[in-house]
Unconditional design. Structure first.
Length: 368
């Protein structure tokens, strides 16, 4: 019996990307098998963490790594590490930051909302978020001015398509922080495919989700300086208790990393391009739609598809198309951040040919 039938659940076709309210991503057979082998067993969690650290180093070239419950947890714990280090008294004191530097500087356009505000991840550790510049623009001077304050614990940068405003040269921001002895953390939750580039900026920690494009179980990977990774782990005995990595999360991450290391990226990229090109060709046969591909704005190695809905007899616009797709069976979820220009977006990366065909047929039926 299929799991959705067993529990009477809504079947989903997820063309929205690694979206948390939809269960994020699909783990493959290799990850499932490793995780199911682990579920009935006991482990030394410290030993699993050590293995994860070595696997993360092998994969990324970083000094060390650790696993947390998710990237949201990794953000809170990285900030905790920057403020309190490994001191048992300070670990126990958080989120009370008395006597610790507690300002976390971030460009105003990086105060992203990925389901909640990232600023809450900082406040959860007791940190005080300091926004540099404006949402539209944050210059190097804006960042430097905030970094000079003596209570600055770290600089936080976000690498995501959710970021707003003029783009920032990460390397310059990292250099500015390091000139003042301030560590830098990059939230690259969905950027596991660019993790080496993010580390090459000189950042002290790069945070990625194990369950987004990496397609492991829900877990956060903290990657970078051995000293800060140790400090992140020290907070497992403090505010990190509720953010702990599970045995299945760590085994899932180990399996997902092993799989990523053998991925033929050129082939993978070709496959993604072919899928997207075929979709665009088919969609453009529909006289109610104009379709095209757009590369990921942050440099991830694939394109998304955008559909502009032309004024049509049925009176269907982007918003009503999205509502009708969602009401379909299975329920089809698309990206809806461009209603203003009457567009919807689709990400086909995890989808099968059959699922893509279902989306195409459904769009044709809706305009009939
Ligand atoms: C998804 C996301 C997160 C949160 O990651 P989780 O692993 O779901 O906690 C944080 N930051 C950004 C930019 C994200 O896209």
């Amino acid at each position: 019996m299929q799991i959705h039938d067993r529990y009477n659940l809504t079947r989903i076709i997820n063309a929205r990307g690694p979206f948390t309210p939809l269960g994020v991503s699909r783990s493959g057979d290799f990850v499932s098998k490793r995780v199911s082998e682990a579920l009935g067993k006991f482990f030394l969690i410290d030993e699993l963490q050590d293995k994860a650290s070595r696997a993360i180093s092998r994969w990324t070239g970083a000094e060390a790594g650790a696993v947390t419950h998710c990237t949201s947890a990794s953000i809170t714990l990285s900030v905790a590490a920057a403020m309190a280090g490994e001191s048992p008294e300070k670990v126990a004191a958080l989120p009370d930051t008395n006597g610790m530097p507690n300002r976390v500087v971030l460009p105003a356009g990086h105060a992203v909302n990925y389901g909640h505000s990232i600023l809450q991840d900082l406040r959860l550790a007791g940190a005080k978020p300091i926004l540099a510049g404006t949402e539209q623009r944050c210059s190097r001077e804006d960042i430097e001015n905030e970094l000079t304050h003596k209570d600055t614990a770290c600089l936080l940068l976000v690498s995501s398509r959710l970021v707003k405003g003029e783009s920032i040269i990460f390397q310059h921001a990292v250099e500015a922080a390091h000139r003042r002895g301030v560590p830098t953390v990059i939230d690259g939750a969905a950027q596991d495919m660019r993790v080496k580039e993010l580390l090459a900026t000189g950042a002290d920690l790069v945070l990625v989700s194990a369950q987004k494009y990496l397609a492991g179980l829900t877990a956060g990977l903290v990657i970078g300086s051995a000293e800060l990774v140790r400090a992140v782990r020290a907070h497992e005995l403090g505010i990190g208790r509720g953010m702990k990595a599970t045995k299945e999360g760590i085994i899932g991450a180990l399996a997902a990393i092993a799989q990523r290391e053998t991925l033929d990226l050129t082939n993978w990229k070709d496959e993604q391009d072919k899928k997207a090109e075929a979709f665009v060709r088919a969609a453009n046969k529909n006289k109610n739609i104009e379709a095209w591909m757009e590369p990921d704005p942050t440099g991830l190695p694939f394109s998304r598809i955008f559909l502009r809905i032309k004024p049509n007899k049925a009176g269907i616009d982007a918003k009503s198309l999205q509502v009708k797709l969602r009401a379909s069976k299975p329920s089809i979820w698309v990206m809806k951040d461009r209603y203003g220009s009457d567009q919807i977006g689709l990400e086909l990366v995890p989808l099968t040919d059959d699922e893509i065909k279902t989306i195409q047929q459904r769009i044709i039926e809706i305009f009939k």
